[in-house]
Ligand binder design. Structure first.
Ligand SMILES: Nc1ncnc2c1ncn2[C@@H]1O[C@H](COP(=O)(O)OP(=O)(O)O)[C@@H](O)[C@H]1O
Ligand SMILES: [Mg+2]
Length: 352
């Protein structure tokens, strides 16, 4: 617990409250009754850091492709680097992998500065590059055997084939696989040295929804096996589904960062509860009388803004108490697309 003192903006009484890192605590002034919220900033620990990036910049001629970014990836978590095409994702990930040289800034992997100790950490990372291709005329098993020979420490190829659910494909040529299977082979290749940290640059771009889901399962499985995953994507559903922590990058800068819940709490609108096909003409008035921000949508549905999840139950019990019938309910909360739109004014799917 962290203790914090704050001053009431109305009557200037000093108030004290306690909370944990990342909490937003509601507070009522003991002097004048003013209600407010106190935020306890999230303390980011570098103790369990898999990757620490500090003030990283990459300049190409007149273009600042990566503009003074800093972030930390915690061990055992899936970190999603989410942004539109051209945002600077690949440039960043390839600087961390030591494939590109930063213009300035520092990168540590597992506590080691990669400028001086990359050879030490090289064995601990696995990489799936963007738009990856492999040898057309090697089978899946031959492909994995080939790549595993490049490392001092090799994982058991058969267990990787099992984990990536590629058993039916082990004897098939790479060239004959579907896009989704090729990507799973790519993830499998990134695991041949049994790395602690896996970098996956846009692993599902261009895949159909079913193949994408399968790759997601495989990636979630990596976390279950204790790996740290650095994932870049321009699909917000992918970040929402997989990531423990999300950094949104736009035009070379990190514009927002946190867990999905933190991002939604900070930038999202309230959730909307929809009462579908409500049979009562006065339901909106009843809800308004009870302090809800409700309005009829003209098609029989009523939309109500929900600030706290407990308010959903309040709405439903009011409707029950008033014997107001309805067909169904639907609750929708903000998503990353809306958050991106709110911060940048552009749609994630359309921003370049
Ligand atoms: N080698 C390069 N030379 C010049 N510009 C580059 C180079 N690599 C990337 N860029 C530019 O840097 C920006 C970021 O690119 P990139 O990191 O590939 O973005 P993302 O992976 O998010 O799509 C883009 O404007 C891209 O055109
Ligand atoms: Mg890229």
């Amino acid at each position: 617990m962290i203790q914090k003192t704050v001053q009431c903006p109305n009557c200037h009484v000093i108030l004290s409250c306690s909370g944990s890192s990342g909490d937003v605590v509601e507070i009522v002034c003991t002097g004048c009754g003013t209600e407010g919220k106190v935020t306890f900033e999230k303390l980011i620990s570098t103790k369990n850091a898999a990757i620490e990036v500090t003030n990283l910049t990459k300049v190409y001629g007149d273009l600042v492709a990566v503009n003074n970014i800093s972030f930390t990836v915690q061990i055992g978590k899936i970190f999603a680097f989410l942004g539109p095409n051209g945002a600077g994702k690949t440039t960043t990930v390839e600087m961390i992998e030591s494939i590109r040289q930063p213009t300035s800034g520092n990168i540590k992997i597992l506590g080691k500065d990669i400028k001086t100790s990359f050879n030490e950490v090289k064995e601990k990372i696995g990489v799936l590059p963007q738009e990856f291709h492999s040898f057309e005329k090697l089978t899946v098993k031959e492909t994995l055997m080939y790549f595993s020979k490049l490392y001092k420490k090799a994982a058991d190829v058969n267990s990787i084939i099992d984990a990536m659910d590629l058993n039916d494909e082990r004897k098939k040529y790479y060239k004959d696989l579907s896009g989704g299977l090729k990507q799973r082979v790519g993830v499998a290749i990134s695991l041949v040295n049994d790395p602690d940290i896996v970098f996956l640059d846009e692993p599902t771009t261009g895949l159909d929804p079913k193949a994408r889901r399968k790759v997601w399962e495989v990636i979630a499985g990596l976390r279950n096996r204790g790996k740290t995953v650095f994932l870049t994507t321009h699909y917000m559903e992918e970040a929402e589904y997989l990531a423990d922590h999300i950094a949104i990058i736009h035009k070379g800068k990190i514009i927002a960062e946190g867990t999905l819940d933190e991002l939604i709490n900070k930038y999202g609108e309230e959730s909307i509860l929809r009462i579908k096909n409500c049979d009562s003409g006065n339901a909106v008035d009843v809800l308004k009388d009870n302090g809800f921000d409700a309005h009829a949508e003209g098609n029989g549905d009523i939309a109500i803004k929900i600030e706290f999840k407990e308010r959903v139950l309040d709405v439903l019990s009011i409707l029950k108490h008033e014997c107001i019938d309805y067909e169904n309910i639907d609750i929708r909360r903000s998503n990353l697309e809306e958050i991106f739109l709110k911060i940048t004014g552009a749609k994630l799917s359309e921003a370049e």
